[in-house]
Design a protein around this ligand. Structure first.
Ligand SMILES: Cc1cc2nc3c(=O)[nH]c(=O)nc-3n(C[C@H](O)[C@H](O)[C@H](O)COP(=O)(O)OP(=O)(O)OC[C@H]3O[C@@H](n4cnc5c(N)ncnc54)[C@H](O)[C@@H]3O)c2cc1C
Length: 434
């Protein structure tokens, strides 16, 4: 088992930590050569499981990894298009929103273009622990990789996304019969396309709707049924006014808001994002249902206000118990495959929980600059990306705030390092500022 040390280790090479890598190269070149990103996959793909051919990003291309902070950066999406000799064509498209696959290619391009920060692939973080001195002070972190190697660091940034939410009711089904949206593109190819599968798609928001459409394309003989708790599919409710709450500059206001105000903001903003579908998806889906009914095929079905209250196998068939939320009546539905558009666990992901447990933290709190409150003296620091919706607002998990947030984290690390330097004995202090 090999061990090595770096100054700054970032777990996950998704948009959040790639934006951090760019900010470190641009704002802290002295740190960049000592910074490492580790990614569990062999390459960078944005939303790997839902990288569907025609899916679009839902935010402006100007909200890339850097432009909102540094419009002159060579890491901008516009420069990516220029490098691909596609700037003319993209401009001619007259669209603010690139394809999801185009953003994905952009992310890989950024990773390849980094001059000093290193990105290593096939490095899966399997555990995180604090290193403590004799007096209990936290002096660093050790990340254990899936192959048993370890990497030590003083600064740790966890940006590994959220854990998939698989409702408990599906846990007893054979794994090969249940596909969460985060696994869709990787696993659907293993399902035989020529069988008339019955497919249950669970969920009532964008991911479930995309899964429904994808199943129709990838399993042309299938009969899909969508099952959701809500009253029906809805468009997301947004306006140019409420979009202002996705600005980086709104984070301060959210962070300072009272608990009641935060709750109201999150509840109402939820409907402007996760809670609804894009108008294009909604329209395309409704047209598919219209055509299905008009031509008498009756291949597509949708059950709103319905809970899946139990799931079991009966020979080769999956049997779901559906409970009607209006009447309480139960009935069985037999199916072959379950696709889950059930989103992500809202609590902290496993790596953050493991780290908190290792240092006896009862709750996970971060500062305005995303630094984990360690509850004890520390000459090391840990930052959390993309999991601070409760304190930093709904845009925390989105691309919208990455350019600004990565600069805030970088500057906080620089200030923290400076703080360490000024606490060294007098004769070394002069050297620290030399
Ligand atoms: C289907 C879908 C569509 C979306 N569309 C949009 C959109 O249009 N606009 C928008 O702003 N937001 C969108 N989002 C929100 C999305 O969360 C953000 O855009 C963005 O991907 C968050 O970046 P991240 O780096 O925090 O996390 P992720 O994108 O989840 O990246 C995390 C990275 O960490 C890696 N990783 C995970 N675990 C480990 C480990 N143990 N060790 C090493 N590496 C690990 C993963 O492989 C991945 O590369 C979408 C989300 C989904 C699910």
């Amino acid at each position: 088992m090999a061990h090595r040390n770096v100054e700054l280790l970032a777990v996950g090479a998704g948009p959040a930590n790639l934006a951090l890598a760019v900010a470190v190269e641009e704002l802290a070149p002295e740190l960049a050569g000592e910074t490492l990103l580790i990614e569990r996959e062999q390459d960078i793909v944005w939303q790997r499981g839902m990288l569907l051919p025609d899916a679009l990003s839902q935010v402006s291309f100007l909200k890339d990894l850097v432009t909102m902070r540094n419009p002159c950066s060579r890491f901008s999406f516009v420069n990516f298009l220029h490098a691909q000799e596609r700037l003319d064509a993209f401009v001619n498209l007259a669209s603010w929103v690139p394809y999801r696959s185009e953003i994905s290619d952009y992310l890989q391009w950024v990773a390849d273009e980094l001059a000093q920060v290193r990105v290593e692939y096939g490095r899966e973080c399997a555990g995180v622990e604090a290193v403590t001195g004799a007096d209990g002070e936290i002096t660093g972190w050790v990340v254990t990789l899936a192959n048993g190697d370890t990497i030590g660091c003083r600064y740790l940034v966890i940006g590994a996304g959220r854990d998939a939410h698989v409702p408990a009711v599906f846990e007893g089904l054979p794994a090969e019969r249940v596909i969460h949206s985060t696994q869709y593109t990787q696993r659907i190819a293993q399902v035989r396309a020529d069988l008339p599968h019955r497919v249950a798609v669970v969920g009532g928001a964008q991911s479930a709707a995309e899964l429904f459409g994808a199943a129709l394309r990838d399993l042309p003989e299938c009969k899909p049924t969508m099952i959701m708790r809500s009253i029906g599919l809805n468009g997301y409710e947004s306006s140019k006014f409420t979009n202002e709450l996705y600005y980086s500059s709104f984070i301060d206001e959210f962070y300072e808001a009272s608990p009641d105000a935060r709750k109201q903001l999150l509840d109402e903003m939820y409907r402007s994002n996760y809670g609804g579908l894009s108008p294009a998806t909604l329209d395309a889906l409704y047209r598919q249902f219209y055509q299905d009914r008009r031509t008498g095929q009756d291949r597509l079905a949708m059950h709103a206000m319905t809970d899946v209250s139990a799931a079991r196998m009966d020979g080769e068939e999956i049997v779901l118990t559906l409970t009607d939320r209006k009447s309480g009546a139960e009935r069985e539905m037999r199916t072959d495959l379950v696709l889950l558009g059930t989103g992500f666990v809202r609590s902290m992901p496993w790596a953050v929980k493991a780290l908190a447990e290792s240092i006896g933290l009862e709750r996970v709190d971060v500062s305005r600059n995303y630094r984990l409150d360690l509850g004890r003296p520390a000459s090391a620091a840990c930052y959390l990306q993309g999991v601070n919706e409760a304190t930093h607002g709904i845009a925390d998990s989105l691309l919208s705030v990455l350019a600004g947030r990565s600069a805030e984290i970088t500057q906080d690390i620089l200030a923290h390092r400076l703080g360490l330097q000024v606490t060294v004995p007098d004769q070394e202090r002069e050297l620290a500022f030399a």
